[in-house]
Ligand binder design. Structure first.
Ligand code: ZN
Ligand code: ZN
Length: 343
């Protein structure tokens, strides 16, 4: 089955305008979805969409102590450095843009996000100095591990000096930010406008976009962890970049899958052996191979599934790996920076 030519065109447009590394082949039938059908239009997307701004685990690639494997390939410049897992949400009708998580790559990821014109159109980098709170209407935080909130530091007076940039966080996450430096100062100085959100209570981002936060089972040394169901006028996207396992959730994972058309899920490790048993037990994640097997055996229809939050050791980074082929052959995908889904 031949891939429609407009898909290539759209990818090329993205690569040209954002300077993206090569976007690899994704399984046919999803990914660019209905976007692809309108890619010939010069105006770009006009309805809400989500865009992938990063796909690595918290420590990025390379990690500070790693000089082998994919880390070495990034260090030598053979492949582009991935960015930490992050999602953008854009509603061209209202001009609203949102970030899910403030990662150590916050600066670059804000650049990608604001490249999407507020009133629709193809992405291109803005010029001049911007007021960040006018360009980004909010940051939704999932939890307090280093890859998910430390980017907020760029909102301080040493850097972007934002004025009440809205930050949505659980009660536990809000408490941590309010009571610990250097985040406390950002709130005391009104750099951030902290908005507490409740589990299960929809947040209306725009008239066409809402988000339902829910509890995910994940190491809770500092805070709880949220997953998000992002509802647009056409489709719903489930975002769970970080989880210990798929069972034992307060509201079952299966129920959230039933509500979603697209699921972007924790793909930290490909297999249980990746770090060695001792180490991996300290940082539990559901291995991709197990998730693929579990969801392939699912009796009910499943949403299209994409993996993100890949550890630096994950063989899925290598587009030519047998593991990557196995995932794609089973009908699953590895999320790519710049990839979009209409919502
Ligand atoms: Zn993480
Ligand atoms: Zn985490």
């Amino acid at each position: 089955m031949a891939r429609p030519a407009h898909r290539t065109t759209r990818r090329q447009l993205l690569k040209n305008s954002l300077g993206l590394a090569a976007i690899s082949t994704v399984p046919l039938g999803f990914g660019w979805g209905r976007f692809g059908q309108r890619a010939g239009a010069p105006t770009g997307p006009t309805s809400p969409f989500a865009v992938v701004l990063g796909t690595s685990q918290d420590g990025g690639v390379p990690q500070a102590n790693c000089f082998t494997g994919y880390c070495a390939r990034v260090r030598t410049g053979e492949v582009a450095a991935p960015r930490v897992a992050c999602l953008g949400i854009v509603d061209p009708a209202t001009g609203a843009r949102f970030l899910v998580d403030a990662t150590p790559d916050f600066v670059a990821q804000v650049g990608d996000l604001v490249s999407w014109p507020q009133q629709g159109g193809q992405p291109s980098l803005p010029t001049g100095t911007l007021r960040l709170e006018e360009e980004v209407q909010g940051v939704l935080l999932t939890h307090a591990h280093m890859g998910h909130y430390t980017g907020l530091l760029h909102c301080g007076r040493e850097a972007a000096a934002t004025d009440n940039l809205p930050v949505y966080a659980s009660a536990a996450m809000a408490r941590l930010l309010r009571s610990n430096q250097p985040f406390k100062t950002l709130i005391d100085e009104d750099r951030l406008d902290l908005r507490e959100i409740s589990i299960g209570a929809p947040i209306e981002l725009t008239p066409d976009l809402s988000v339902v936060p829910f509890s995910v089972v994940h190491r809770a040394e500092l805070t709880d962890t949220l997953g998000l169901l992002i509802n647009g006028p056409s489709r719903s996207l489930l975002y769970v970049p970080d989880a210990d396992r798929w069972d034992g959730w307060p509201v079952p994972f299966e129920d959230w899958l039933d509500k979603s058309d697209i699921a972007v899920l924790d793909g930290t490790f490909y297999s249980a052996e990746e770090l060695g048993h001792r180490w991996q037990g300290e940082v539990p994640h559901p291995p991709v191979a197990d998730t693929v097997e579990m969801l392939s055996a699912r009796a009910r229809a499943r949403p299209e599934v994409w993996f993100t939050h890949l550890n630096h050791t994950n063989p899925l980074w290598d587009e030519n790996s047998s593991q990557r082929a196995a995932v794609q052959d089973a009908g699953f995908g590895v999320a790519q920076r710049g990839q979009t889904w209409e919502l």
